[in-house]
Write a protein that binds this ligand. Structure first.
Ligand code: ATP
Length: 368
C-alpha cells in the first residue's frame, strides 16, 4: 500500500423512479470493492454519486480524512465538485483526446492540476512504462488498438493520482483476447500501487480476479456482500449464484448442525434439501449451494422421496462448451449440466417433466 492510500466510507440514498438506491460501502485503503447486479439495479448510480456527478437524496461520503459529500438533516450540506474530489474514472470506452499523443493524454490531468510541463511529461512516460506502453508514447489514439487505448486511459486516470479509482465496466468493450491482458495490467497495478477502487462489472472473472469484496445490488438494495471468495463460493442471492455459476436453494433449517455434519433445509414450497454444513448452522434461514454439474436428470418416476430428488419441468436449455445446461421452471429453479447424449436419450426439451437428484455430499449448506 502506498503512503497516500486512503479508505472510502460511503452511505448514500438516491431516489430513482421505481425504487430507492441505498448503499453502504466501506472500502479499506488500497482494496477493491466490486459492485455487481442485474441491469438497472443502481450500480452506475452509485458510481455517479461517488464521482460527484450527482447529489444523493441523503448520505455522506468520506475519502480518508476528506468529507466529499454530506446531506443530512441538521448538518450543513457538503458537495465537493467533481474536479476537487481526487476521484478518477475509467469507463468502458477510453475517451482519449484524439488530437493528443498517448503521452500528452496521460500528462493532461497533472498539467490541469498545475504540474509543470516537464514533470508532467516525465510522469506520463513513467505511467506508460509501468503499463507496458512505453513504445506507444508518441502515438495518437486512432493508431492504438482497443486494448492499448484502454491501457492509456488507465494510465491517464492513474497519473492524476486519484485517492479513489472508479471503474465502470472497464473491460466490457474489449474483445475476448484483449480483455484478459488489460485485466492483468489492472490487477498488477491495483495490487502493487494499492489504489482504493470501486469496480462495476457484469463479468464474474473481474470480480474474482480484481476484487477483495463484492456487493450484490438488486433494485437499489444490497442483497449480499462480503469477501469476494465467500460471496462467489456461498452466494446468498439468486443473482450472486447465477454470477458464480452455482445453484442456490434457500430455506429454513430446523435442527442445527455442526461443521461437516449433514443438515436439512426446507423451502417455502415444502421441498427438502440435505447437504453438508459449512461452519456451524443454527436453526433458521440458510442456503444450499451446489454446482449444476452435480445435478442428475432422470425420467420422472414419481417413486416416493429419496433424499434430494425432486420433480421439475425443463424451462430452457443452452449449450455450454461440450455440455448442455438446462434450467428448470418455477420457484427454486435450478441449472443442471447434462451431456448431449442425455438430452437425446431423455428427450429433453422445454416443457418436459423430469426428476432431478443431487447427492447430499455435493451440497453445501451455509448461513453466511
Ligand atoms: N439520472 C437518472 N434519473 C432518473 N432515473 C435514472 C437515472 N439514471 C438511471 N436511472 C434509473 O435508475 C435505475 C438504476 O439505474 P443504473 O443505471 O444505476 O443501473 P445499473 O445497475 O448501472 O444498470 P446497467 O447494468 O444496465 O448499467 C434504473 O431504473 C434507471 O432507469
Amino acid at each position: 500500500m502506498s503512503a497516500g492510500t486512503v479508505p472510502l466510507a460511503a452511505r448514500i440514498r438516491v431516489d430513482r423512479p421505481a425504487f430507492e438506491v441505498a448503499v453502504e460501502l466501506d472500502v479499506p485503503a488500497g482494496t477493491v470493492a466490486a459492485v455487481v447486479g442485474p441491469n438497472g439495479a443502481g450500480k452506475s448510480t452509485v458510481l455517479q454519486v461517488l464521482a460527484g456527478l450527482e447529489r444523493p437524496a441523503s448520505g455522506e461520503i468520506r475519502l480518508g480524512e476528506r468529507l466529499l459529500t454530506r446531506r443530512s438533516p441538521g448538518a450543513p450540506e457538503v458537495h465537493v465538485p467533481v474536479e476537487g474530489r481526487r476521484v478518477g474514472l475509467l469507463g468502458q470506452r477510453p475517451m482519449l483526446f484524439p488530437h493528443l499523443s498517448a503521452a500528452d493524454n496521460v500528462a493532461f490531468g497533472p498539467r490541469a492540476q498545475g504540474v509543470d510541463r516537464r514533470t508532467a511529461a516525465r510522469d506520463a512516460r513513467d505511467w506508460l512504462d509501468r503499463l507496458g506502453l512505453a513504445d506507444l508514447a508518441g502515438r495518437r489514439p486512432q493508431r492504438l488498438s482497443g486494448g492499448q487505448a484502454q491501457r492509456v486511459a488507465l494510465a491517464r486516470a492513474l497519473a492524476a493520482r486519484p485517492d479513489l479509482l472508479l471503474l465502470d465496466e472497464p473491460l466490457a468493450a474489449l474483445d475476448a483476447r484483449t480483455a484478459p491482458e488489460v485485466r492483468q495490467v489492472l490487477r498488477g497495478h491495483l495490487r502493487s500501487a494499492g489504489t482504493t477502487a470501486v469496480l462495476v462489472t457484469h463479468d464474474v472473472l473481474d470480480a474474482a480476479v480484481l476484487a477483495d469484496q463484492v456487493l450484490v445490488l438488486d433494485r437499489g438494495a444490497v442483497v449480499d456482500s462480503g469477501p469476494a471468495a465467500e460471496v462467489l463460493a456461498m452466494p446468498r442471492s439468486a443473482f450472486g449464484a447465477a454470477l458464480a455459476g452455482v445453484d442456490l436453494i434457500r430455506g429454513t433449517v430446523d435442527a442445527p448442525a455442526r461443521d461437516g455434519e449433514l443438515v436439512r433445509l426446507t423451502t417455502t414450497t415444502g421441498r427438502t434439501v440435505t447437504g453438508i454444513a459449512v461452519g456451524a448452522v443454527a436453526a433458521g434461514e440458510a442456503g444450499a449451494v451446489f454446482p449444476p454439474s452435480a445435478v442428475a436428470v432422470h425420467v420422472r418416476t414419481d417413486e416416493g422421496s429419496a433424499r434430494n430428488r425432486w420433480p421439475a419441468v425443463v424451462a430452457a436449455m443452452e449449450s455450454v462448451g461440450a455440455a448442455v445446461r438446462l434450467w428448470t421452471a418455477g420457484p427454486n429453479a435450478v441449472a443442471a449440466d447434462v451431456t448431449p447424449a442425455a438430452v437425446a436419450e431423455l428427450d429433453l426439451a422445454p416443457g418436459r417433466p423430469v426428476e432431478l437428484s443431487v447427492k447430499a455430499t455435493e451440497v453445501r449448506v451455509h448461513q453466511r
